[in-house]
Write a protein that binds this ligand. Sequence first.
Ligand SMILES: NC(=O)C1=CN([C@@H]2O[C@H](COP(=O)(O)OP(=O)(O)OC[C@H]3O[C@@H](n4cnc5c(N)ncnc54)[C@H](OP(=O)(O)O)[C@@H]3O)[C@@H](O)[C@H]2O)C=CC1
Ligand SMILES: Nc1nc(=O)c2c([nH]1)NC[C@@H]1CN(c3ccc(C(=O)N[C@@H](CCC(=O)O)C(=O)O)cc3)C=[N+]21
Length: 289
Amino acid sequence: MKLIDGKKISSDKRAEIKEKVAKIKQQTGKTPSLATILVGGDPASRVYIKSKIKACEDAGIKSFHYNLDENSPQEEIIALIKKLNENSEIDGILLQLPLPQNKDAQECLNTISPLKDVDGLHPFNAGLLNLSKSWNEIIEKNILVSCTPLGVVHILHKSGITIKGKTAVVIGRSNLVGKPLSMLLLANDATVIMTHSKTRNLKEICKSADIVVVAVGKARFVNKDFIKTGAAVIDVGINRTPEGLCGDVDFDAVKDMDIEITPVPGGVGPMTITMLLENTLKAFNNRKR
Ligand SMILES: NC(=O)C1=CN([C@@H]2O[C@H](COP(=O)(O)OP(=O)(O)OC[C@H]3O[C@@H](n4cnc5c(N)ncnc54)[C@H](OP(=O)(O)O)[C@@H]3O)[C@@H](O)[C@H]2O)C=CC1
Ligand SMILES: Nc1nc(=O)c2c([nH]1)NC[C@@H]1CN(c3ccc(C(=O)N[C@@H](CCC(=O)O)C(=O)O)cc3)C=[N+]21
């Protein structure tokens, strides 16, 4: 087993971003900025938001945080987003998901200005990703794509894992992770198989893959039976268990195989936040303010 060090790849990229931010400040006198919105007080979401704010600070990106009450009506969330859309000082807006019950997340996301949509969840950006024909096009056009999928592809590139021509199986089809990730792998010329809870013969399908990305949200879901020798396994899952934080892969069960694998913690998680910083810079550049 070869461990893929997401933390190291992430900190290298953050150092690059920090330099870029310093240059922008020097050349324009402006500071790229991110607004984060948390509705309610879900403990896991609080932890993520805290790391996001800390990462912004470390990189020299200005951050503004808004914490709305659990019971705030949807109109209040939308009104805040509209206010942030109009605030020329703010480059990126991140609405932390999931929202408390009885709120329509997509409706809120639809009101974020596509230019400030650092999670790439506005239909306009999701559409641009869909229409893109290559990875180069996505990079050159500065398309805003969901941070976790971007992080996964960055990890693959930095680890020297070829994507072109490979069979990649993605487990999970959420709008935040599985679906945009499948589009990114496709743009990188993989043969992509998208799988989900209704997929039959999941083990066999995964066993045929050169690259397996798991984003299901079930602790130790993937075991030896899913993985072929020589495969790259990217574990997106974050599960809090009595024994601590763990991914969707049963790490102990596969660790003796001849594979490359990202650990949890220290794999995809840190990259997600790094890509949020990168997307904030993209938003700054796209707005040319
Ligand atoms: N490391 C990071 O930076 C991030 C980690 N995460 C973590 O990744 C995981 C997934 O997140 P997210 O995509 O938002 O989760 P969702 O709950 O939105 O999606 C889960 C997906 O898994 C599929 N699924 C559920 N059960 C099975 C099964 N038995 N077999 C195959 N597929 C199944 C679902 O299928 P169906 O569509 O049919 O219901 C669904 O598409 C979570 O653990 C989350 O915490 C999320 C974001 C960032
Ligand atoms: N609009 C929106 N955008 C998101 O990108 C988003 C979201 N909502 N909702 C929740 C998920 C989850 N997510 C993570 C971010 C960082 C780590 C992370 O840093 N993980 C560390 C461990 C952190 C810990 O100890 O909990 C690691 O894996 O090493 C994990 C998960 C972003 N998400």
